[in-house]
Design a protein. Structure first.
Lengths: 243, 181
């Protein structure tokens, strides 16, 4: 007590970044306007640490910045060719694991997976595509659930549990069998009390959860990431809703 | 005499919609500049049927049948630099939407359940190339040297890419030129 707030600092790529006790490297960076690529992190929710895009080098060791508390005198490397190359490989693996057909996706231009790939200059998915069959659930009157595009960030799980108090979504299975499931005996979204106004309907970084009858309201070419990099958009005070 | 040899360029469309070729034609009057730098080998523009030795080969579309593989391998064999252009060549694209549907189910839906002109039958002429179970991106079949994403890439993007390549620079796209849609 009594110590001046924000007196402690870490450095990220040589820049001094102040932090408060308990603050993660990610949140300190966001507050200081330093962009660390991330997909499963959204500052409105508890960190999850699963996408690994936000891995930075802390005093020479790689750690997820969204879960690692900042500590005095940490020396963090973030925007380096090595880390960005690893990040690009992670994004490429997400692209081949799901079925991400951007020209046929309503989220194109608003998609954070796509925007992260643009930011990292991904020219091809590089790896062998899985082309795994995944279900589309159109049973809900107002919302589509397209599991082809799910990257298992758990943002909808967290939002439904923590904000909406509904627990509509969950993650089931292990390893390559891990998948998003709907908490209903039938497994169908239409048999839950999920609503288009729920927070969980507006946090998906990809086109997995889409509101019906909104398609192409904003034309391709005029969407969030068509002209602005994700590094600019995610530095804005409030991340825009997916639509 | 001693005129500088022109770059020889071939193009083809596999499981694509020719949209990338249309976008190339959209460079409009720059086509004259392009033709000052290159000459076409096999391409839908010349109707040459087989690819000879080329400097650059541009492949649109994914690989969905046996004929696509023959064409692709011919391009790889004869082109020093092979470019995959557009979403289909790079990810399978829209044709790859069928990858999660059993091929036989696809055939029945298209040819058996809806009435045809001469009754409902699945085409089975030996002249028709055999379709594959899935549509594959070209890089899963042959080595690809450069990727130019977009559906299609804009005329400006294609022009920037081609002029970089022809003039010996590493092709580099600005943020707004790198698109997957």
């Amino acid at each position: 007590m009594g110590a001046p707030a924000m007196s402690k600092t870490i450095t990220i790529d040589g820049k001094n970044v102040p932090f408060q006790d308990g603050q993660t490297i990610m949140n300190a960076a966001l507050a200081a306007g330093v962009y660390i690529p991330h997909l499963c992190h959204n500052p409105q929710f508890e960190p999850h640490g699963s996408c690994k895009l936000c891995v930075v080098s802390v005093n020479g060791r790689n750690m997820t910045s969204c879960t690692m508390p900042a500590a005095e005198d940490m020396v963090v490397a973030n925007n380096t060719p090595e880390l960005n190359s690893d990040r690009k490989a992670l994004v490429q693996m997400l692209f081949v694991e799901g079925n991400h057909i951007c020209p046929a996706c309503e989220a194109s231009g608003n998609c954070q997976l796509q925007a992260a790939a643009y930011y990292l200059n991904m020219l091809s998915p590089h790896y062998t595509h899985f082309y795994q069959p995944r279900a589309v659930d159109a049973s809900h009157p107002d919302i589509f659930l397209d599991l082809n595009r799910c990257i298992l960030c758990e943002l909808c799980v967290r939002a439904s549990r923590e904000v909406d108090g509904k627990n509509v979504f969950g993650i089931s299975g292990r390893g390559i069998g891990t998948r998003l499931v709907v908490n209903a005996a039938s497994g169908r979204l239409g048999d839950t009390n999920f609503a288009a106004t729920d927070k969980a309907a507006h946090v998906c970084p990809t086109g997995t959860i889409l509101i019906k009858r909104q398609g192409y309201k904003i034309p391709i070419g005029q969407r969030t990431f068509d002209h602005k990099k994700i590094s600019e958009v995610q530095m804005e005070p409030m991340e825009p809703d997916h639509e | 005499m001693n005129e500088k040899r022109k770059i020889r360029l071939a193009t083809c469309s596999l499981a694509g919609c020719f949209g990338c070729h249309m976008s190339l034609l959209d460079i409009d009057e720059k086509l004259f500049d392009l033709l000052g730098m290159i000459e076409f080998d096999r391409t839908p523009f010349t109707d040459i049927k087989h690819c000879g030795p080329c400097d650059i080969g541009i492949v649109e579309g994914g690989v969905s049948n046996a004929e696509n593989v023959h064409v692709l391998k011919e391009f790889r064999k004869h082109c020093k630099v092979l470019v995959a252009i557009g979403a289909c060549a790079i990810t399978g694209g829209v044709p790859a939407l069928r990858n999660n549907i059993d091929l036989w189910d696809c055939f029945q839906e298209v040819y058996l359940y809806e009435g045809g002109l001469e009754g409902n039958q699945i085409p089975n002429d030996p002249e028709l190339p055999l379709p594959f179970d899935k549509v594959y991106p070209v890089y899963e079949v042959v080595k690809v040297d450069y990727f130019l994403p977009g559906c299609p890439p804009s005329a400006d993007t294609i022009w920037k890419f081609l002029t970089d390549l022809i003039e010996g620079r590493e092709p580099k796209l600005d943020y707004e030129m790198l698109r997957y849609d």
